[in-house]
Ligand binder design. Structure first.
Ligand code: SAM
Ligand code: SF4
Length: 348
């Protein structure tokens, strides 16, 4: 992507390593996911409709504003930050934001800076990401079959992603593959994906489809409960639950036969909201306290109202004080999406 050539970094005060944010249910909020763009170069069938209307560019926060907002969150107790989207690597100049946020890794204020990507552009940026302090990436990949990949992503090519994985590995990035479990699509390929991912030295995490946004088809046709997938895998592999955590919602097992780690993200069959440590910021400065609820706080107005960060810090405190207990996802015939916005808006 083209670079904008503009400096991103804004001056910040020192970060208090003891700063924390706690919600009304006693959960500490230490993880921020930032959707840096709602745009994407793929149109995955479970994520987007083919014909999407994206935000006008003028509504987006600038990279400088995103950096300032993230910095306020870090000052308030965020320790892990994940850039996502849409496809984060299609946002113009995104590496400037990554480099700028990397300064918080150097001071130790931030423990980890990561990103979730579809892998289409990663080969171009892998070395620079490492240079900015990124150590781990999640690459979304639901199948190893090129035709199926083209059908799922509508616009993607498997070859691009494979090239990116190779480049990311060479650059020294740890890789986790995220695969959405899809009934009748990759349902009987999961075993092969597990063997492949672990053979390559990647972790693999399986995800249940969530009812977010209209996608132009019935989600009941896609939904595959991971309880069933796990049961099937357990017939062939020894799955040993382990305490490993990355800060996200996945629960991990080690797989004796492959020596690798397998994660399950089960918003439908096993709700994990009681341990939720996350909030999500969109590219317009809207803060969602829960992926599956409509309540949100606008941080763009307080950010722009003053050069200092007091107003935005207050708005964040107020938002965290009403973080809901959890989501109410239901997938069924004629069930409406839990929320009207797509996963690409809030960021996965
Ligand atoms: N474009 C990037 C990617 O695909 O990795 C980042 C954004 S994408 C929204 C983040 C993750 O959300 C991906 O792993 C994707 O498979 C997953 N995802 C998208 N829509 C979903 C849905 N409705 N239910 C469950 N996971 C979904
Ligand atoms: Fe794009 Fe990621 Fe959504 Fe696929 S899952 S359409 S790659 S944002």
């Amino acid at each position: 992507m083209e670079q904008t050539g503009m400096p991103v970094r804004s001056e910040i005060s020192a970060v208090d390593p003891a700063a924390t944010m706690t919600d009304p249910f006693g959960r500490m909020v230490s993880y921020l996911r930032v959707s840096v763009t709602d745009r994407c170069d793929f149109r995955c069938t479970y994520c987007m409709a083919e014909d999407m209307t994206f935000l006008p560019k003028r509504d987006l926060l600038t990279l400088e504003e995103l950096d300032r907002l993230c910095t306020v969150f870090i000052e308030k107790g965020v320790r892990k930050l994940r850039l996502t989207g849409g496809e984060p690597l299609v946002r113009r100049g995104i590496l400037q934001l990554v480099r700028s946020l990397g300064r918080h890794l150097e001071t130790g204020a931030l423990e980890e800076l990561t990103l979730t990507t579809n892998g289409s552009q990663l080969h171009r940026f892998a070395d620079e990401l490492v240079d900015c302090g990124v150590r781990r990436v999640n690459v979304s990949l639901d199948t190893l079959d090129a035709d199926k990949f083209a059908r799922i992503t509508r616009w993607g090519r498997l070859e691009q992603v494979m090239q990116s994985l190779e480049a990311a590995g060479k650059a020294g990035l740890s890789i986790k593959i995220n695969a959405v479990a899809l009934k009748g699509i990759n349902e009987f390929e999961i075993e092969d994906m597990l063997k492949w991912a672990h053979g390559e030295g990647y972790d693999l995490t399986l995800i249940e489809t969530m009812p977010l946004g209209e996608i132009g088809e019935d989600r009941t046709d896609q939904y595959l409960p991971l309880s069933l997938v796990r049961q099937r895998l357990a017939e062939k592999f020894s799955l040993e639950p382990i305490a490993y955590k990355t800060g996200g919602p996945a629960r991990y097992v080690s797989v004796a036969e492959t020596g690798g780690r397998l994660g399950f993200i089960t918003p439908m069959t096993h709700n994990f909201c009681e341990s939720c440590n996350r909030v999500r910021l969109t590219c317009t400065g809207t803060l969602y306290m829960c992926l599956g609820q409509d309540d949100a706080a606008d941080l763009r107005a307080p950010l722009r109202e003053s050069e200092g960060n007091e107003l935005v810090a207050q708005a964040i405190d107020e938002a965290i004080s009403r973080k809901p207990k959890g989501h109410d996802f239901v997938i069924g015939r004629n069930a409406a999406p839990a929320v009207s916005r797509h996963m690409s808006t809030t960021g996965g």
